[in-house]
Design a protein around this ligand. Structure first.
Ligand code: ACO
Length: 333
């Protein structure tokens, strides 16, 4: 995994503070130890410190040098509650409700990132995607100029010639159930930028559909067509094309028949799915049938990086997502 090696080196070169709000969880503890020892980032564990030390001892994890923050004992708690109340008061938030909510490690961790006590956050070993996204959407919000948070997977298909020698970005597979055409255009642009910044590849973005260049008509195809037009108009510097079927996007021979004039068709390395059903099913098909490494879902569009894990993740998966989050934090400086 050449890309991961490069990202590990990048993370080491300028270490970032990454909060792990599921600090009492075994895989998270083991990941924190690895991250600290390998000098990939400064992990910060959130939770009940006594429980954390007890659990670490039980599973043989050494936490020496690693910062542990117990929200109940933190001197920053009062400020986080006040700031959260200020952020959400026009949405019906009260000081009393804020006092309860911010003690939740996911909200507490998100406030740490918001107020620059950390550079990024990773969670999801025991929480759902929605549990992580909600505090992120409410507190961190989007990067200026970006209207939608979305997700991407880095798919690495061993021995494959498709994409960038087997490396492709898939989006959106985890956040927006049914994006509008404007949102779909934003997702395509964000993923192209991620491909450039994080994966250091020149993106060739295919807007996927069951139709190629007008071969079928349906309102769902029309959405992809309009998204393609808008994305091209907004970012003429990017290679974005569609609508196109998956085979036309990645197989040169099919592309030469179905989309002969496209600079993307047959060579796409960024695949944009029309909705969450197809995106989520699509990445899982490739992961299972092609034995692909699927790194993600990583978030894009947040003003500061916060990222999700799969609940089936290993400690090494957590290490890799922390590395990616640290590199995103470097890019967002
Ligand atoms: N981008 C930017 N802002 C957003 C987005 C978005 N994609 N979605 C919601 N928001 C904003 C809302 O406008 C709102 O702002 P406000 O409160 O300041 O007005 C705030 O975020 C919260 O919105 P809600 O409506 O409370 O949140 P919602 O119920 O829409 O939930 C969520 C948002 C969590 C992203 C939801 O769409 C969701 O659950 N998505 C699917 C997640 C999922 O289950 N993924 C599949 C599994 S992952 C896997 O298999 C790898």
């Amino acid at each position: 995994m050449e890309l991961m090696k490069k990202l590990w080196n990048a993370a080491k070169a300028d270490k970032k503070r990454i909060v792990l709000p599921e600090g009492e969880e075994e895989r998270t503890l083991s990941a924190a130890e690895k991250i600290y020892k390998l000098e990939l980032a400064y992990p910060i564990l959130i939770g009940d410190d006594e429980k954390i030390y007890r659990k670490a001892k039980e599973i043989g994890v050494n936490l020496e040098g690693i910062e542990i923050v117990n929200p109940e004992k933190s001197e920053r708690l009062g400020e986080y509650i006040k700031e959260f109340y200020e952020l959400r008061k026009n949405k019906g938030m009260t000081m009393e409700k804020a006092d309860k909510i911010v003690r939740d490690p996911l909200y507490f961790g998100t406030m740490m990132v918001k107020l620059d006590d950390a550079d990024g956050m990773v969670s999801g070993a025991i929480h759902t995607t929605g549990d992580l996204l909600r505090p992120g959407l409410q507190i961190i919000k989007t990067t200026p100029g970006v209207s939608v948070v979305s997700s991407f997977f880095i798919m690495m298909v061993p021995g494959s010639k498709y994409g960038e020698e087997g490396l492709l970005l898939f989006s959106d597979c985890a956040v927006n159930p049914n994006p509008t055409y404007e949102q779909l255009a934003q997702i395509a642009i964000a993923t192209a930028d991620t491909a450039r910044k994080l994966c250091k590849i020149e993106p060739r973005v295919a807007m996927l559909s069951f139709s190629t260049m007008g071969s079928a008509d349906h309102e769902t195809v029309d959405k992809v067509r309009r998204a393609t037009e808008l994305a091209k108009e907004l970012r003429p510097d990017l290679l974005i094309d569609g609508e196109m079927q998956l085979d036309a996007a990645i197989v040169e021979k099919v592309a030469s028949q179905k989309a002969p004039n496209s600079k993307v068709a047959g060579r796409a390395n960024v695949l944009i799915f029309p909705d969450l059903q197809s995106g989520n099913i699509g990445y899982k098909l490739v992961q299972r049938f092609a034995n692909a490494d699927a790194i993600g879902p990583m978030c894009q569009g947040f003003a500061k990086p916060i990222n999700d894990l799969s609940r089936g993740c290993s400690d090494d998966d957590i290490v890799n997502v922390v590395v990616l989050t640290a590199v995103q934090a470097q890019e967002q400086k």
